[in-house]
Design a protein around this ligand. Structure first.
Ligand code: GN1
Ligand code: MG
Length: 358
């Protein structure tokens, strides 16, 4: 607490610090709520710089994005609840601070009277679809050239190769487990199909656009009416395929259980959420090309698949990337994502028909 307080005091915050406590459930950064005696409370985050190695680039991206969104929404009421605002370090124009122990920190204004959810109903899903279509649309003309805070973040070919490397190295000695072999056998037949986006890109048929790239449902704040108030967790905003935002939202919002559900019988795909989200998204994402639109159902398959591959590679590597709560956590996550993948695959014909008719 004393350390967190000392770090917080490096930033230009208003008021006296009353309390600092853990916030949220992200798997990468450590997040805290800083309560003060002023009108404003704050979110303090330790940036995981093992993963985000270029903190300068990361924060430059985020500031470019939030500045641009603020310009786009100029004149709207309550702007500071709709776009994140990062606080500068005292006597500097940097929005990040490197502490003596080589940890990296940043602070943004806490948005009050907002909630995150893990499961949405169809009405909220349609609002979320509108919000993401709109988010990408607003970022379409950002003048700054954004970097890739994690190069090739959603490149499925790379993720598949990383799994190959994890298998070859077998760092944690987990390869011989029968369940590990079973998972490998289930993933293999889908690999080529799941790498379709990179092929379309190479053939010049698929553009990259500025996407959020971490649209899991708990990365957005909803107001009391269920409208999306603000899109948070902007670390991974970068050029990517539109499949990223569409697919990752549905991976979390249309799943009937959490991404680490151990009871696979509880994991299913709620197609009503898909329909509502797709409707809101397609209506707002005016920029979609026919190839992008036609492949939206593929995106819904791709993200549980990619996430399974990523969790599984981390399991084989000995859990060095995602925070875990128990030793088999990444294995449980992998199996839950694969069950979701199977449910999504079964729903493909219905999804395709629905998209065609939008
Ligand atoms: C990570 O930071 P967080 O927990 O919102 C990850 C996402 C994964 C997600 C799985 C930088 O997101 O890509 O989809 O966990 N972020 C990074 O829950 O790897
Ligand atoms: Mg998050």
């Amino acid at each position: 607490m004393e350390k967190l307080k000392a770090i917080t005091e490096q930033f230009c915050i208003e008021g006296k610090i009353l309390e600092i406590k853990p916030l949220g459930s992200g798997l990468i950064n450590d997040t805290y709520l800083v309560k003060t005696d002023s009108q404003k409370d704050y979110v303090l985050q330790r940036i995981n710089n093992a993963i985000f190695q270029d903190v300068e680039l990361l924060q430059r991206n985020i500031e470019a994005v939030t500045d641009h969104l603020r310009r786009k929404m100029a004149g709207e009421a309550d702007l500071d609840r709709k776009v994140l605002r990062f606080i500068k370090v005292k006597g500097s124009d940097k929005s990040w601070f490197k502490a003596q122990d080589d940890t990296y920190w940043r602070i943004s204004v806490f948005i009050k009277d907002a909630v995150t959810v893990d499961i949405v109903n169809p009405k909220y899903a349609e609002f979320a679809g509108q919000a993401f279509g709109h988010f990408e649309d607003m970022l379409a003309d950002i003048p700054d050239k954004l970097g890739e805070p994690i190069p090739d973040f959603h490149n499925m070919e790379l993720r598949a190769r990383q799994l190959d490397e994890a298998v070859a190295a077998d760092k944690a000695g987990r390869l011989a487990q029968p369940v590990v072999q079973e998972i490998l056998a289930r993933l293999a037949p889908w690999r080529e199909e799941m790498c379709k986006a990179e092929r379309l890109f190479r053939e010049g048929k698929l553009p990259k656009r500025i996407c959020h790239c971490d649209t899991k449902v708990n990365n957005m704040l909803f107001d009391k009416e269920g409208r999306v108030l603000c899109v948070i967790d902007l670390d991974t905003v970068m050029p990517s395929f539109v499949f990223s935002d569409f697919g990752d939202f549905l991976r979390t919002a249309a799943a009937t259980a959490p991404e680490d559900e151990p009871d696979l019988a509880k994991m299913d795909f709620n197609i009503e959420i898909f329909k509502a989200f797709a409707k809101g998204y397609v209506a707002n994402a005016k920029f979609l090309t026919p190839i992008e639109k036609e492949n939206l159902p593929y995106a819904v398959q791709l993200f549980p698949y990619m996430q399974a591959v990523r969790f599984f590679a981390d399991y084989l590597n000995g859990d060095t990337y995602y925070k875990i709560k128990y030793p088999e956590h990444n294995l449980v996550r992998t199996l839950a994502q694969m069950k979701l993948f199977d449910c999504v695959t079964a729903a493909l014909p219905e999804m395709k028909e629905y998209i065609n008719n939008l």
